[in-house]
Ligand binder design. Structure first.
Ligand code: PHE
Ligand code: ZN
Length: 892
């Protein structure tokens, strides 16, 4: 989600064992070590005195021991804090009774029974470039507390199972900070002496401190209202600097759509009278679901047809939905500890995926999500915010729905909220709610949470013409992963259809399995798709009365996050590509064919054989491209080749130059053989009307743009003219940027001029300029590292802004040929930058360093070069824990 930049292979278990590193004594924290806190916090009153040099934070906490008579020390977390006052029950705490170090404040002998704890700390938000805790972004104060940022604001038990009610009073200069926001309801505000003013906020719901938020600054809001289905009138406000307000219309539309959708699909209503969204330009991640005060990276809020692409519009819809949905899945019910992160993230990603599907095209959304799961080649996220927790977590939630059906899934959700509203719980609690609400037998399903690695599922089919039976034999294997050498078989739901020679689904009514004839009909009606429950290392399913050999469509809709191999022939795959009623598998058949083809050509290239493109493949692509009965957005996906990362993942030794050469060869070859069809596609899909973000229009643009991209690979003058024309006449960024991308592939004067023109035109729109940085960073022109180094000094670049770093440095790491250049110049560049960045923002630096994490997949020369950079990074002075963790784990 623009929100998450992640890597491809889901290897850690979902309930990940997080390591917390301490320079001197790295120590691992394990899930099994979870201990209930000795003290709970019932209520917290915060008071912020915002200042230009320092900010004072007054905190009054109402503490109650979990067990009566408890005399254990109370240990509070803290980082970069100056302790000013410490009182217990209104009295200063004596020197012997507390202890402070760089990470903790310990009350060595707290009173028995309930007590109040008052703490005053001094912090320096203006100097906080880590963008965690309280910091300034473009002159405004804002906070980021997930996962462990609250400890940079005040001493606290910074763990999600400490759930308290909060009030928050904010005091600041009225002209500099006219807007003062926090969670919950505004209950009082007023003017103070010296040009200052205050606001007092009260949040009626208990929450963990990671959901606390504060914003203060010069902001204006777009206001709207939403009436919930029970008639509550909710004020909706999206806050930005005044000049950006016109760009918030789509975000507001998305928010209202999300609120309605959650009522319709899950019966979940918003629970307060106010919902705020704030857009800030400096943010490490995508967005944050703080209770009633969501804070967003501005790129996931601001959009206009001229400055945002269809992909941006779609991302905004999805992320506004995601953060809103967290109000129930994350906030009302939260995580007991950070090992349970997938409880809220997997479930909420699933919910945002479903929301986007319902708002657009379901199969296309599924294709996009699965491609991302498979091949997002961008560095892995800081510590535990990974593709495993988010996207694989969503796949696990999706399997519940596949197994239970939509009504059964809804029953499980209802029970989950009934049992756990207001609690901090575990993934097992979610599992139990799903199981109990449906009286379901989930066999070994829980292994999805604890067992790491992606299962490999192998399928062998057999048609017996005499007995008229068709059998599918499934065998599965989960590869060993560090710490888990031996794996149990998993519970894999396999959605299956069988196609007859007419290309239609055969009606299915029963299957032999384990010696039993199981009925698979649905209310006595034969079905076309059934879900087989594959749970053993090896098992066979047999279909009777098969008058002909069917072509199986296996794992429809990608019903389980596994890697599948099957004995389907190329003819079967072309047949599925042409006929499967399951659009996901129709796309998948094309992808399997393309992957096979690419791997064959990779090996040809490595053996210096000439590359030749198989004509059947060209025809297959051509027939999809020219099939006017197909959805245009689907066609755009279906004619897109698998990503380079996906192919590298399938190789013994990843060979970036070869993979790039092969993919470019196929693209160019397809473009030249289908040049006419592609030109017609561009011509037929031009727009004249005004920009609309609806399915019909965005599909048309998607198809036109991919056709243009193919044509750009031809590097000929006629195409340069065409792309230039599209560039000049475009009325929206989606089409203009696509034309720029096409031209970017054709080195020469036109390319340089058009890149300069684009900068001139958009220099005042920083979000557009980030795309301009990314495009150049990803370029495959030889020795592009030098251009990227120059761009670091461009006046529009700033190492302190995460979005700019992700565009330029992240973009560069995504370019196969230049990042992985055999002379080591790309690795050296990244190594240097990580060390520099780490001093500014460790979280961003650690996200960048994970571009190295898969270094062992490459040849020896590259391995040595990458390893040397990792070692260099580890030897840097004052390295952060974030970078230390990722770099040292990569080397291990
Ligand atoms: N919880 C946020 C989300 O998924 C992501 C996030 C994590 C943001 C940590 C900031 C810090 O919506
Ligand atoms: Zn989330």
């Amino acid at each position: 989600i623009g929100r998450r930049f992640i890597c491809s292979v889901a290897t850690e278990p979902l309930t990940k064992q997080v390591e917390e590193n301490n320079m001197d004594a790295p120590k691992e924290i394990f899930l099994k070590d979870y201990k209930e806190p000795d003290y709970f916090f019932e209520k917290v009153d915060l008071n912020f005195q915002l200042g230009e040099e320092t900010t004072l934070v007054f905190s009054k906490i109402f503490v109650s021991p979990r067990v009566e008579g408890c005399s254990a020390p109370l240990v509070l977390d803290g980082a970069d804090l100056k302790l000013i006052v410490l009182k217990v029950n209104g009295e200063d705490v004596k020197g012997d009774d507390f202890h402070v170090d760089s990470r903790h404040l310990t009350l060595t002998s707290p009173p028995s029974g309930k007590f109040t704890l008052e703490i005053v700390t001094e912090i320096c938000p203006q100097k906080n470039t880590s963008l965690e805790g309280l910091y300034k972004s473009s002159g405004n104060f804002c906070t980021q507390c997930e996962a462990e940022g609250f400890r940079k604001i005040t001493f606290y038990q910074d763990r999600p199972d400490i759930m308290a009610k909060y009030t928050c009073r904010i005091e600041g200069d009225k002209s500099l900070y006219p807007v003062l926001l926090s969670n919950g309801n505004l209950i009082e505000q007023g003017d103070l002496e010296g040009g200052r003013h205050f606001a007092l906020w009260e949040d009626p719901f208990v929450k963990p401190c990671y959901l606390f938020a504060l914003v203060a600054g010069q902001l204006e809001s777009r206001d709207d209202t939403f009436i919930t289905r029970s008639g509550r009138k909710v004020s909706l406000r999206i806050w930005t600097p005044a000049q950006d307000l016109p760009k918030t219309a789509h975000a507001m539309y998305s928010l209202k759509a999300a609120m309605k959708w959650d009522e319709d699909v899950f019966g979940l209503e918003y629970d307060l009278d106010l919902f705020n969204v704030v857009a800030v330009p400096d943010f490490n991640m995508g967005a944050m679901e703080n209770k009633s005060l969501n804070i967003f990276n501005s790129k996931l809020v601001l959009a206009s047809p001229e400055t945002a692409t269809d992909a941006d519009y779609a991302a905004i819809l999805g992320v506004i939905g995601h953060e809103y949905f967290h109000n129930w899945t994350g906030n009302r019910v939260t995580c007991r500890d950070w090992f349970q992160l997938s409880l809220k993230e997997g479930l909420t990603v699933f919910r945002d995926q479903e929301f986007s599907s319902d708002m657009g095209s379901r199969p296309v959304k599924r294709i996009a999500d699965v491609s991302k799961l498979r091949s997002y080649q961008f560095p892995q996220m800081d510590n535990f915010y990974t593709v495993t927790v988010y996207e694989k977590g969503a796949e696990v939630v999706r399997m519940y729905k596949t197994l239970l059906g939509a009504p059964g899934f809804r029953k499980g959700m209802d029970l989950y909220f009934k049992r756990h509203d207001g609690q901090a719980v575990t993934c097992e609690d979610f599992f139990a709610a799903m199981r109990d609400a449906n009286g379901a037998d989930f066999s070994n399903f829980l292994l999805w949470y604890s067992q790491a690695g992606t299962p490999r599922l192998n399928v062998v089919s057999n048609y017996n013409a005499e007995a008229k039976t068709y059998s599918l034999k499934f065998s599965q294997e989960v590869p060993p992963t560090p710490g888990q050498p031996v794996k149990e078989p998993m519970f894999i739901p396999v959605a299956l259809g069988l196609l007859g020679s007419d290309g239609k689904d055969m009606p299915l009514s029963s299957v032999y399995h384990d010696g039993i004839l199981e009925s698979i009909s649905n209310n006595d009606q034969p079905t076309h798709t059934t879900v087989l429950r594959v749970t053993k290392k090896e098992e066979v399913f047999v279909f009777n009365d098969m008058l002909e050999r069917p072509v199986p469509s296996i794992l429809r809709g990608y019903s389980a996050p596994v890697r599948m191999d099957s004995d389907l022939t190329d003819a079967d795959l072309y047949f599925l590509l042409a006929n499967d009623s399951d659009e996901f598998n129709r796309w998948e058949a094309g992808q399997v064919l393309a992957r096979k083809l690419m791997l064959t050509l990779v090996s040809d290239y490595q053996q210096n054989k000439p590359l030749v493109l198989n004509q059947q493949f060209v025809n297959g692509i051509k027939s999809v491209l020219c099939d006017s009965s197909l959805d245009k957005e689907f066609i755009a996906k279906a004619i897109t080749l698998p990503g380079e990362g996906e192919i590298m993942d399938m190789m013994e030794v990843a060979d970036p130059d070869t993979v790039h050469a092969v993919r470019s060869f196929i693209r160019k070859q397809l473009a030249s053989e289908l040049k006419n069809e592609l030109l017609i596609t561009v011509g037929n899909n031009r727009s004249s009307e005004k920009y609309e973000f609806d399915h019909q229009n965005l599909s048309r643009r998607a198809l036109k743009n991919i056709a243009l991209a193919y044509l750009g690979s031809l590097e000929d003058a006629e195409i340069t003219e065409l792309a230039l024309h599209e560039y000049r006449t475009a009325t929206n960024l989606t089409e203009q940027f696509a034309a720029l991308v096409a031209l970017d592939q054709i080195p020469g004067k036109v390319r340089d001029e058009v890149l300069a023109d684009f900068y001139d035109k958009w220099q005042h729109e920083y979000l557009v300029i980030n795309k301009w940085f990314a495009l150049q960073a990803m370029s495959n022109v030889p020795r592009n590292v030098e251009n990227v180094r120059k761009l670091l000094n461009h006046p529009a670049f700033d190492l302190r802004n995460p979005n700019k770093v992700y565009s330029l440095i992240g973009g560069f790491c995504g370019s196969l040929v230049n990042f992985h250049a055999k002379d080591g110049s790309g690795y050296k560049f990244l190594g240097e930058l990580v060390v520099q960045l780490d001093k500014i923002n460790p979280q961003v630096a650690s996200r960048m360093v994970s571009a190295f994490s898969r270094w062992k997949r490459y040849d020896e020369t590259r391995q040595n070069l990458a390893k040397a950079q990792l070692e260099m990074i580890l030897s840097a002075n004052g390295l952060s824990e974030n970078v230390f963790e990722i770099a040292s784990k990569s080397l291990a």
